[in-house]
Design a protein around this ligand. Structure first.
Ligand code: PLP
Length: 438
């Protein structure tokens, strides 16, 4: 199969690579077909990228082209088409390996998503290594994907979850973590970037802390991978997970990355086809890494689409993407400050954060505000954002409004959001008790 191409995106991507200043967001937007549609008769302003990103034409076409030209099952065919499909799938693995900074492809196991990767690690490693009295340290800002699997395995093995508090800006409080992560800690699992606060956690310091007590260090990179270079092998962590769909790729593809020695020691989690070497009615021997961790037919076309997404991101270049996002952050923080009654959670400065903003509006039901924004074509997310412990910690029982921007969003979209929020405040704000009495 030919290498995936970037038909619409190549020019925008290539020009952006020359220098961050050359980043032309309108040319980037032209690569994303959905961005030219309307919602409720208004131009779409998509600010729900934390949930899932939109896809450039090159990703859509790479997946369609796989089905049109190369579709076959992998790793088992004696025929040419099967070899072509296998080569495309394994090329995608190689692209992931390079993109995330792994040592080699044995460290990259494809999963359905981040959630599945965490379940794989928690169950497989946890069953073999956790016992009564052991501790699993997690921050209070974890997405449920990096909480519930650890909760379950802790319950099964008699281990205990240790919540790590946050500092004023919503990052994991390192001083507190140093007090709480002790010799009983067997796992330190934390989100690199909070899906609610946008705060970037100090991954290297936390990894060093986990290593110092001999804990397994796992980082949930679902919200980090779309925004900056992971360089995993340099960070000191043992394992990480991410989802393709949050970084321009298709749904149904995720990655568990782990140091080879760690993955080598994992008990097979799901069993069946493709993950064994030999089996009879008496014995079974397992396949080599990484296939041992990939039972059954994977999302082959999705992996090919993910490869195209990584090519697209690589061609844009992190310096350009990061500079654009920093500018969006600064714009958003200033614009949101101008909305009366808006209370932002998370870092108030553009440094050390990504363009994910969660907030409440005084006297306004967040769901009503979300509906009003939607009527204007502005798509944000409202609710607990799969982070109930964080909502409790923030005292945000009614939920928060979250606007999450990405590399194709524009300053004028941010301004439209602020304008929409002002409208929400003026239309929806409940009178305060004092005003109601008067
Ligand atoms: N971790 C974080 C920080 C997330 O934001 C999300 C999804 O929003 C997940 C994990 C779960 O990702 P997925 O639903 O793709 O498994």
């Amino acid at each position: 199969m030919p290498e995936p191409t970037i038909p619409g995106g190549l020019e925008a991507a290539a020009s952006a690579k020359e220098s961050p200043a050359a980043y032309d967001v309108e040319r980037v937007r032209a690569d994303f077909p959905i961005l030219s549609r309307q919602v409720h008769g208004r131009p779409l302003i998509y600010l729900d990228n934390g949930a899932t990103s939109q896809k450039p034409r090159s990703v859509i076409e790479a997946e369609a082209s796989f089905y049109a030209n190369s579709n076959a099952n992998i790793h088992r065919g004696a025929h040419g088409l099967g070899s072509e499909a296998t080569a495309a799938f394994e090329r995608a693995r190689g692209a992931v390996e390079r993109f995330i900074g792994a040592h080699n492809g044995n460290e990259v196991a494809f999963t359905r998503n981040t959630t599945e990767a965490v379940n794989l690690l928690a169950e497989s490693w946890g069953r073999a290594h956790l016992g009564p009295g052991d501790e699993i340290a997690l921050s209070v800002s974890e997405h449920h994907a990096n909480l519930v699997p650890w909760f379950q395995i802790a319950k099964e093995r008699g281990a205990r979850l240790v919540p790590l508090p946050l500092d004023q800006d919503g990052r994991i409080d390192l001083e507190a973590a140093r007090r709480l992560v002790g010799p009983r800690c067997r796992v330190l699992a934390f989100t690199w970037v909070s899906n609610v606060l946008g705060a970037v956690n100090p991954v290297e310091e936390l990894a060093a802390l986990g290593r110092s007590v001999g804990a397994l260090v796992f980082v949930d990179a679902a919200q980090a991978a779309p925004h900056f270079a992971l360089r995993l092998k340099e960070r000191g962590v043992d394992a990480a997970a991410l989802s393709a769909h949050k970084m321009l790729g298709p749904t149904g593809v995720g990655v568990l990355w782990g140091r080879e020695s760690l993955l080598e020691g994992l008990r097979p989690w799901q069993t069946g086809g493709s993950m064994i070497e030999t089996v009879d009615f008496e014995t079974v021997t397992w396949n080599r890494l990484p296939w041992r961790l990939e039972a059954g037919t994977p999302n082959i076309a999705g992996a090919v689409g993910f490869h195209a997404a990584l090519d697209y991101l690589r061609a844009l270049g992190w310096p350009a993407v990061e500079a654009h996002e920093r500018a969006l952050c600064a714009r958003a923080l200033a614009a949101l400050r101008g909305v009366e009654g808006l209370r932002l959670r998370g870092p108030a400065a553009p440094e050390g954060r990504v363009a994910v903003f969660s907030f409440s509006l005084e006297g306004v039901d967040p769901f009503d505000a979300g509906a009003l924004l939607d009527a204007q074509g502005i798509e944000v997310r409202v609710g607990n954002h799969c982070a109930q412990p964080l909502m409790a910690h923030l005292g945000a029982g009614d939920g928060l409004i979250r606007a999450s921007a990405y590399l194709y969003n524009t300053a004028s979209e941010i301004d439209a959001l602020a304008e929409g929020l002002r409208r929400a405040v003026s239309k929806l704000r409940r009178p305060t008790p004092a005003a109601a009495k008067a």
